[in-house]
Design a protein around this ligand. Structure first.
Ligand SMILES: Nc1ncnc2c1ncn2[C@@H]1O[C@H](COP(=O)(O)OP(=O)(O)OP(=O)(O)O)[C@@H](O)[C@H]1O
Ligand SMILES: [Mg+2]
Length: 481
């Protein structure tokens, strides 16, 4: 017997095309323009699956979904909506929708989703809570690229799967990690973040796993690690590409065995932590350079989430700009907006700093200029400053960056990341090491791993080079080029 699809949408055209597509796929259909009728069908046991719009004349489907799910837990609900914001995707997942399709959608995709839902074992249709959190939208943007992100996020929120977020600097990796936690099933637990790039390498293991008294020089008392602090919640491993090898090995063990030991400790401690990792580096490249464990990569990359750079979703500029203008106004700065010409100028910029750069630009414009309307000229002169700062100056567009300037910029960010504190001691050695590593690796690559030639090229004694290779843990690849 053919399976029955219940369709609800107040738009007659959509009811028709969806009905036809379902019939072509071999289903029987019933369609309605309101929730009351749908509810009547549900309670009288009709239908094998619902395809429904969100806003209908007699209400919002999200307000009825809990009772529908209660009355017919086995009835999958597929939500389609033109309100394609982050919150719609989240709501749909929270209310227990099987899936969510933003309008306009491809009918074949919809049929595929329906088939998949009907084929799924019934007890896999998870029961969801009916939590009505605050309505402030953490993620702004409705571009197709962001729609994909929202759908993946909404699905991931109902699981504890490990997610690795990649994307250029300023694309919102940390924001997404927080959203995964705040709207996920661990939201009542802690969200703990640790930035691998901001902690001296030799302290990372102890930061992550804690240490026992006397585990190393300076360990004067027992201390808890981030894993312990994040128990029952989410641990956000930021800049995971900067994690030292030994710490990677330890992390891998936790992911494999669900337990860890503190530095200097012996008793295994069970861990119940959801891991979300982020990086703006290419982990595969790090693997091939011997800097990242491949097995760890596969453990972390269970669900890869790539955040698109802003230049790939310029249609989000107006929404984002408005969001940041509103945020500035909330902080007491005068409320402003862009002229349409100014918005157009924003579209012609490459946004190397992504959303963060836009946020800073808006903030600066609000603080610096008295005009209510930000014109094309103002935007262009401010963007010229940004381009300079990112080394995008027209004169030396793709040329090599000035190392001194790059270092200055790096250090000023680095110091800023400690706010009023000073970074941990040993800065000179740490920075020189960071410069030395790529220098020696490049010399080795250029000489195809020939240490005699590399030593010559660098002007170093051969034994000194060998020692540095060992100390810096550089793996020598002889076949480069
Ligand atoms: N989709 C978005 N909607 C609203 N704000 C956003 C969005 N994406 C990013 N932002 C804002 O842009 C800024 C940068 O985001 P975030 O810190 O998450 O980026 P990141 O990818 O972690 O960058 P980095 O690699 O430099 O650490 C933050 O202030 C964040 O709130
Ligand atoms: Mg970040």
């Amino acid at each position: 017997m053919a399976q029955h699809i219940l369709i609800a949408d107040d738009d007659a055209a959509i009811r028709t095309v969806v009905s036809q597509a379902m019939m072509r796929a071999g289903f029987e259909v019933r369609a309605t323009s309101n929730i009351a009728t749908l509810w009547r069908w549900v309670t009288s046991g009709e239908g094998d699956l619902i395809v429904t719009d969100v806003l209908m004349p007699d209400g919002n489907i999200f307000d009825s979904m809990a009772k529908m799910r209660n009355s017919r837990p086995d009835l999958p609900i597929v939500v389609m909506s033109a309100q394609n914001t982050f919150m719609t995707a989240v709501k749909a997942a929270e209310k227990g929708a099987y899936d969510y399709v933003p309008k306009p959608f491809d009918l074949n995709d919809l049929v595929g989703i329906v088939r998949r839902a009907l084929a799924e074992p019934k007890n896999d249709l998870k029961r969801q809570g009916q939590d009505d959190g605050g309505e402030t939208m953490p993620l702004v943007g409705r571009s197709p690229a962001m729609q994909d992100i929202y759908r993946t996020l909404a699905r991931m929120m109902q699981t504890d799967l490990t997610v690795t977020i990649t994307g250029e600097s300023g694309t919102g990796k940390e924001l997404v990690a927080r959203a995964l936690h705040d709207y996920g099933r661990r939201k009542k637990g802690p969200f703990v973040a640790i930035n691998m790039a901001a902690i001296p390498r030799e302290l990372i293991e102890s930061e992550l796993f804690g240490h026992e008294k006397g585990a190393f020089t300076g360990a004067q008392s027992r201390s808890t690690g981030r894993f312990e602090q994040a128990e029952g919640g989410t641990l956000f491993l930021d800049e995971i590409g900067d994690m030292p090898m030994e710490a990677q090995t330890r992390l891998l063990r936790v992911l494999q065995q669900g337990e860890y030991t503190t530095v200097g400790g012996r008793t295994p401690i069970a861990s119940d932590v959801r891991i979300v990792a982020a990086t703006n580096k290419d982990l595969r490249q790090l693997i091939s350079r011997g800097l990242f464990r491949e097995d760890l990569f596969y453990r972390l990359n269970v669900v890869p989430l790539r955040l698109p750079p802003l230049r790939e979703r310029l249609e989000d500029l107006p929404d984002l700009a408005q969001h940041f203008f509103a945020a500035a106004a909330k902080e007491g700065l005068p409320r402003k907006s862009f002229t349409s010409g100014a918005l157009e100028a924003l579209r012609h910029y490459s946004w190397p700093g992504n959303v963060r750069e836009l946020e800073n630009l808006v903030r600066r414009l609000c603080a610096l200029y008295p005009q209510d309307e930000i014109t094309t000229e103002l935007v262009e002169s401010e963007l010229a400053n940004d381009a300079n700062q990112f080394g995008l100056d027209a004169d030396h567009g793709d040329g090599p960056v000035d190392l001194t300037q790059a270092t200055e910029r790096y250090l000023s960010d680095y110091f800023a990341s400690f706010a009023n504190d000073l970074p941990p001691p040993g800065l000179h050695a740490r920075i020189l090491k960071e410069v030395e590593y790529p220098l020696i690796a490049a010399a080795l690559a250029a000489t195809r791993g020939n240490q005699v030639k590399a030593a010559d090229l660098l002007g170093l004694n051969r034994n000194t080079l060998r020692k540095k290779i060992r100390d810096l843990d550089i793996s020598i690849v002889r076949s480069i080029r």
